[in-house]
Ligand binder design. Structure first.
Ligand code: PXG
Length: 460
């Protein structure tokens, strides 16, 4: 594979112009300006090249989204065909177009039969904004307007707009003007971090029971929905114990609280199932989707509704005053169709489920199961986390785990592999098209990064 670098300007020149005009996401802009961001110029398959010609194996699918990898000509062709034919029209004023119609048909052919309708957006944050409004509207139509409190989880992530920030459980985001009334949170099911000695099964059950306590405290008549990621992505790739989701589902059904899954990261094959709730075996009332819907080639998200909810909205609801200029954008819809078709017809999701996913998980457990820096390996399919720990047996975490994990991530970049760190966890979520050779390279380079980190911090 030859690297064709399209960058034409010097990296420092790009960095200076970027520093002059651009506020980046989630970081200290002044510190970034001093250091200078990496300038990425090209992607092909699992690989990225920066402006200086350095090659990286992208172990994170961009931001958990390039499920088909980079450089897909079919997605490019779908976008350019649609750009020529009908680059834009809207969904307002009694109008639709073939791209969004065909996308819906395809999407619902991949989803379980339980779901029937979608509201399209441009992002995951907007999908969750639509969720907040749709859930409240649903209860209004049913004559229960007081049922409007949404319960999320501490350390959950649902986006960066105001409503989705309040729904999420990132306290530092709440503190930056990101909280609203009628949002509540319960603890995350993070077994490794709990301070007692419960088995994972017992811990998972008790974590779920917090939802019941919260509903009883608030009054079931005031609670609209519980919203959570099937596994927490940005919060550290935390897989709940198996006992967790069945208990959560039981509680939601018992108290007539909607169960809403944020599938923005888990959707479209990440765990080897089409949707992560299928991996964990529960049946949500709504699914928030984005990222893998278009493999990140173009922005698109959406809110998927169960037949039961859609029927109430459609048959009894009258006008629902909600919509975006770009809802169901034809170019995004055309790319989504090409993407979902490829994920299905090339057997990509099936391969992750039956072959490459188990292979990645097995390699990680073999290499890191007894590593002195690693306390736990979690994951399924093509998503995994390595918990850094001082002592595996007692689940003792490093006091400076954030620094250690960040350093490991930086060493990864030096070694030519992109893995992500959150608190004390190293995360990977490669493109679903990765073959065994690329998985070997990902695991090998991650091992080098973990070993070098362990040496630097005196653990090896
Ligand atoms: N829900 C979930 C579960 C997400 O992971 C969003 C909603 C918001 O989607 P948009 O498209 O509005 O960004 C996300 C986004 C990280 C990271 O560092 C994760 C996300 C975004 C940025 C960084 O892991 N997820």
């Amino acid at each position: 594979m030859t690297a064709q670098i399209s960058g034409q300007r010097d990296t420092r020149d790009y960095q200076a112009a970027d520093a002059a005009h651009h506020i980046h996401a989630f970081l200290d802009q002044k510190a970034l300006n001093a250091e200078g961001p990496r300038v990425m110029v090209r992607g092909e398959g699992l690989y990225l090249w920066d402006n200086d010609g350095k090659r990286y194996l992208d172990g994170m699918s961009g931001l958990w989204c390039t499920n088909l990898g980079y450089g897909r000509k079919d997605l490019n062709a779908a976008a350019s065909r649609q750009l020529e034919q009908l680059p834009y029209y809207n969904m307002f004023f009694h109008t639709t177009h073939p791209a969004v119609i065909e996308l819906s048909e395809l999407l619902f052919s991949l989803l379980p039969d339980h779901y029937s309708h979608a509201i399209y957006t441009n992002s995951g944050s907007e999908a969750n904004e639509a969720l907040i409004r749709t859930v409240r509207r649903y209860w209004q139509i049913l004559g229960k307007p007081q049922k409007k409190i949404m319960i999320g989880r501490w350390n959950g992530y649902h986006g960066s707009t105001l409503g989705s920030t309040a729904l999420g459980g990132m306290k530092f985001m709440h503190e930056m003007g990101g909280m609203l009334p009628d949002f509540e949170h319960i603890d995350e099911p993070y077994w490794f971090a709990h301070e007692g000695n419960l088995s994972p099964a017992e811990f998972g059950r008790r974590a779920a029971l917090q939802l019941e306590e919260k509903i009883l405290q608030l009054g079931a008549d005031n609670v609209a929905a519980f919203v959570a990621e099937p596994f927490q992505g940005a919060g550290g790739m935390i897989f709940p114990p198996e006992s967790y989701w069945p208990e959560i589902q039981r509680i939601c059904r018992q108290y007539d609280v909607l169960l809403c899954a944020d599938e923005v990261i888990g959707g479209f094959g990440r765990t080897g199932e089409w949707f992560a709730h299928q991996h964990f075996g529960f049946q949500p009332d709504t699914l928030s989707i984005a990222k893998g819907l278009t493999s990140g080639y173009i922005p698109m998200g959406g809110l998927v509704l169960s037949k039961r909810m859609a029927e109430v909205l459609v048959e009894q609801g009258g006008v629902f005053a909600h919509g975006l200029t770009y809802s169901g954008h034809p170019v995004a819809a055309a790319v989504a169709i090409a993407n979902l078709t490829a994920l299905r017809d090339e057997g990509v999701v099936t391969q992750v489920k039956n072959d490459t996913g188990p292979y990645l998980q097995q390699c990680l457990r073999e290499v890191f199961g007894n590593h002195p820096l690693v306390g736990e390996v979690q994951g399924a399919g093509f998503v995994a986390a390595l918990q850094l720990a001082e002592d595996k047996a007692t689940r003792k975490r490093f006091a400076n785990e954030n620094d250690i994990a960040w350093r490991c991530r930086t060493i990864g970049f030096e070694e030519g592999v992109i893995i992500r760190s959150t608190l004390g966890r190293m995360i990977m979520a490669p493109a679903l098209v990765a073959g065994r050779g690329e998985i070997d390279e990902l695991v090998d380079k991650t091992r080098i990064a973990i070993d070098r980190t362990a040496q630097e911090f005196g653990v090896l």
